[in-house]
Design a protein around this ligand. Structure first.
Ligand code: ADP
Ligand code: MG
Length: 559
């Protein structure tokens, strides 16, 4: 076999790629399986335009075969195969993608989507292999060819034997060193896990011979180990199935299989977007708050697939922080991936998808609030605080998305109320939306500051969480009604007789107030006669925007 040399730049590129593009070695299997799937898709496409070819999906498969003794791992496919020329140009020229060329030549688009485009994935095999041997027989050819390479120093092509059309790629797995172990790539359980993780939704069966326990014949409690071929991948992604064929249970199973959470989903959302950007998504609102949710350890994000192949486990850019509780996956063919297919090249499409998803989640929550209030209350208990943070963050950039999703305790209802409910109950002459802050509903109800407003028969929102008042300050108003703390000096409630009474009292007790102020110097700014008290002798109040409660929180913050 005559050895041919890679060109100098290619040689460097190969080394560079092997050592730097991919962050995880296990990716090589994803790449080789994706190529096998592409090769089978090409057969399918050929059959579309060639009547002499019949494509029966059941005849095609990908097989993964580890051999520990020989230290080899073989990935076989029944795809279109490669001629000697194709072996040369596709595997001998780095960054040349036969698949991309094929895709361009066959513009047909009907769900069979070719994955390859960069012409480098194949070489990722050298991350784990000292030697790669490809034996391939092209569709319509009698003669098969072998391509072999030990990496950067070149490759050789020679005639070979192969009975069926397709390609076998055999990797001679590297010996483990002190720093790097490669043994896992010969272990059935690891290979199975890697296939499940990245290639679960490849549409052809990925088979592997595995050991399993079977009851011994004629015995009930004795088992024997048998070798049998199993299909490892689920093949049809649930998100490509018709919504009407899927039950709640299917979605719950998917949620649990994917380990999105240990609970059950409270609600699922199945999106098939076909507009400016094409994508499928299955999203879940979990039932319970994950134990680490309100901590720094919690990582938001959705799984991101491109044409059914996992690209990123937690794509954070797909979710705003205030919807960080949402779990699930997004699959799109429209993403511009970078060469390692681990990160995204440009994020225009991603931004579009993220925006779309944000709106879908919002309307899902809105209809939950409208139609299934009990479920919404449950959701709000788990994640309401996050929504309120959302109103407050980014200087209230997305407050409009969230305002109608907020719930608060109230003086007039046992359950939490929306701002809309509050406003719709307001008597005409009521100027403001009143709120009071405190540790609990019960304590707030006893606050002297609430007396005047409550006496008027006006509803008061009870803020029991630190974030409540900050969020409301960001909102400023709702349906043109301003928010007003019951501690505010101007409550917008007319009480002329009270005004007169207060003035008289202030007059009469000038000396007492002066004395009190002196005694409390540095602790209070002023001592005044109040117009709002009914049964209580005294209360605190504040002037200006920052309430006493906010002052407390701000004062406790580390500076
Ligand atoms: P990409 O898949 O991005 O095109 P690869 O480096 O993974 O790049 O593969 C290079 C090319 O080699 C592919 O485009 C394809 O033409 C060819 N190829 C690789 N593996 C196979 C295979 N199993 N069967 C047929 N052709 C293959
Ligand atoms: Mg590829």
């Amino acid at each position: 076999m005559a050895k041919k040399q890679f060109e100098a730049e290619s040689k460097r590129l190969l080394e560079m790629m092997i050592n730097s593009i991919y962050t995880q070695k296990e990716i090589f299997l994803r790449e080789l399986i994706s190529n096998a799937s592409d090769a089978t898709d090409k057969l399918y496409y050929k059959a579309l335009s060639d009547d002499s070819l019949v494509f029966d999906k059941d005849h095609y498969f990908i097989k993964v075969t580890p051999n520990k003794e020989a230290r080899t791992l073989t990935i076989s496919d029944t795809g279109i195969g490669m001629s000697a020329e194709e072996l040369e140009s596709n595997l001998g020229v780095i960054a040349k993608s036969g698949s991309l060329a094929f895709k361009k030549a066959n513009e047909a688009k009907d769900g069979h989507d070719i994955i390859g485009q960069f012409g480098v994935g194949f070489y990722s095999a050298f991350m784990v292999a000292d030697k790669v041997t490809v034996i391939s027989r092209a569709l319509g050819a009698e003669q098969a060819y072998k391509w072999e390479s030990e990496g950067a120093d070149g490759y050789a092509i020679a005639p070979a034997e192969k009975e069926t059309v397709g390609t076998d790629i055999t990797l001679t797995i590297k010996e483990s060193t002190e720093d790097d172990s490669y043994e896992e790539f010969l272990e059935e359980y690891r290979l199975r896990a890697i296939i499940k993780k990245y290639s679960d939704f490849i549409k052809y069966p990925i088979k592997m011979e595995v050991s399993s326990q079977r009851p011994k014949e004629g015995s009930e409690d004795e088992f024997e180990e048998v070798r049998e071929e199993q299909t490892i991948n689920s093949m049809v992604p649930i998100w490509k199935k018709n919504k009407s064929e899927l039950t709640d249970e299917d979605y719950t199973n998917f949620y649990q299989e994917k380990r999105y959470g240990f609970d059950k989903p409270l609600k699922h959302l199945h999106i098939s977007a076909d507009g400016a950007i094409v994508y499928n998504a299955i999203l879940f609102i979990p039932e319970n708050t994950p134990f680490d949710y309100y901590s720094k350890e919690y990582e938001k994000g959705l799984e991101l697939y491109s044409s059914g192949v996992l690209i990123m486990e937690k794509c954070a850019d797909l979710l705003p922080d205030y919807f960080s509780f949402v779990k699930g996956m997004v699959d799109s063919e429209d993403l511009s991936l970078n060469i390692s297919r681990e990160m995204l090249q440009h994020d225009r499409q991603l931004k579009l998808i993220a925006k779309n998803i944000k709106n879908k989640i919002k309307s899902q929550l809105q209809s939950l609030l409208k139609d299934e209030r009990e479920s919404y209350d449950k959701f709000y208990q788990s994640f309401g605080r996050q929504l309120k943070y959302g109103v407050y963050s980014d200087y209230g950039r997305d407050k409009d998305v969230l305002i109608d999703l907020l719930l608060f305790h109230s003086s007039k209802a046992d359950k939490l109320v929306t701002l809309d409910e509050y406003v719709s109950r307001m008597p005409e002459e009521q100027k403001y939306i009143y709120y009071a802050t405190g540790e609990s509903k019960e304590r707030i109800a006893r606050l002297p500051q609430t007396e005047l407003v409550a006496d008027k028969g006006y509803e008061i929102l009870y803020f029991t969480e630190d974030i409540d008042e900050f969020a409301i300050k960001m909102l400023m108003n709702y349906k043109e009604k301003e928010f007003r703390s019951v501690s505010s000096s101007d409550l917008g409630i007319d009480s002329e007789d009270k005004d007169k009474e207060a003035e008289d009292k202030a007059e009469d007790n000038q000396e007492l107030f002066a004395y009190m102020k002196e005694q409390l110097a540095g602790k209070v700014k002023d001592v005044k006669a109040s117009k709002r008290l009914r049964t209580h002798p005294v209360c605190f109040s504040s002037e200006g925007e920052v309430s006493i409660e906010m002052e407390k929180i701000l004062g406790a913050m580390p500076t």
